[in-house]
Design a protein around this ligand. Sequence first.
Ligand SMILES: Nc1ncnc2c1ncn2[C@@H]1O[C@H](COP(=O)(O)OP(=O)(O)OP(=O)(O)O)[C@@H](O)[C@H]1O
Ligand SMILES: [Mg+2]
Length: 398
Amino acid sequence: MSDVDEMELDEEHAAAKDVAFSSEQKGKKLSKANLPVSAGDTLPWVEKYRPDTLSDVSGHEDILTTINKFVQTNRLPHLLFYGPPGTGKTSTILALARHIYGAHNIRQQVLELNASDDRGIEVVREQIKTFASTKQIFGASTKTDGQLGSFKLIILDEADAMTSTAQNALRRIMEKYTANTRFCIIANYTHKLNAALLSRCTRFRFSPLPIDALRKRVDHVIDTEKVKITPSAVDALLQLSRGDMRRSLNVLQACYASSTPLDDEGRPDPAVEREDITETHIYDCIAAPHPEDVQIILKTLLSSDITTSLRTIIDIKTKKGLALADLLSSLSDELERLEVPKQTRILWMEGLAEVEWRVGSGGSEGIQTGALAGAVRKGVAVMKNGRLDINPFEHLIH
Ligand SMILES: Nc1ncnc2c1ncn2[C@@H]1O[C@H](COP(=O)(O)OP(=O)(O)OP(=O)(O)O)[C@@H](O)[C@H]1O
Ligand SMILES: [Mg+2]
């Protein structure tokens, strides 16, 4: 079921709350709104707390201001939203669609296609064409009086997964139906999109969310769900999410679920107090190395010999079940904070980037752990001996 369907059903349910057993409710699809309460409780928080309105979207103030201006002036260009996962691209366009058309008209005015739909050349030609060329029967917008609501909106989510032939076909269709249709193309990477397609859209980059923006939404969920969590655990959660709101909400929900005591039959036991979620719960859930372990590894790498360093890293990795990939990013953050000569920094950056790439392309954990230790030690050795202090290109600078 697409988000649009779900949104519409949610609204229908809201409206039908007072008329509970109305016969009109029969045969409707199930959504979070008309599921029994216990099932509704298990809905992922990312969906339960998907922003309903543009003002619920955290961060991205500049983008929201511009989009609001478009709406106020009744002028909506074709849009391109791009950026890393979990930053609110899909949520923003759905909230905008809801704002323009109102929940009741969304289905007839918005066509949403994402990567799970077949989007080869046939879909672009037929489905989009049929949708874009049909005239609306009823007045479109209940919320805006101007022309904006009379446009149809086609959302092409995860468009970087579309074949390039389909993207090519889309260029022509976009031009042909501009009189009554607006497109919103959503992608993680623009380099996978056709340049001609890009030039037809107004681009908005959804950058990783800053900690404050994450905090605003996460605090809202903590309050509403009455999650017991320590302030330092919240800080760790936001830090480890690296600007991805979906990640923070998913981890928060996983920790909340694991902090809920179960009764004999394995169901949540409301009689027993929930434990506070601590920093350790968060690190364990994300499988990120605990800061104390990172400090131990850092210390040994900087001050002991290579054999001791390697043994310490392998020990901690085995005991805590850590993957080298997770260790790499935490260690790189720590190394970045140290005041060191630039030659050392260069060696560290190069070394860690190499190891990261090799781990990502399937290199052996054991061998790459050695390479990591080697890279850090190399930087330390340079610092001690000052061997690379002489810049061989110095004569060219003057
Ligand atoms: N800026 C935001 N404000 C509030 N909630 C957000 C924001 N960004 C993401 N979320 C939360 O994270 C979930 C996922 O967001 P969304 O689907 O909009 O991400 P996306 O940018 O489309 O990611 P992807 O590129 O993976 O599709 C939403 O359901 C919402 O709960
Ligand atoms: Mg999305």
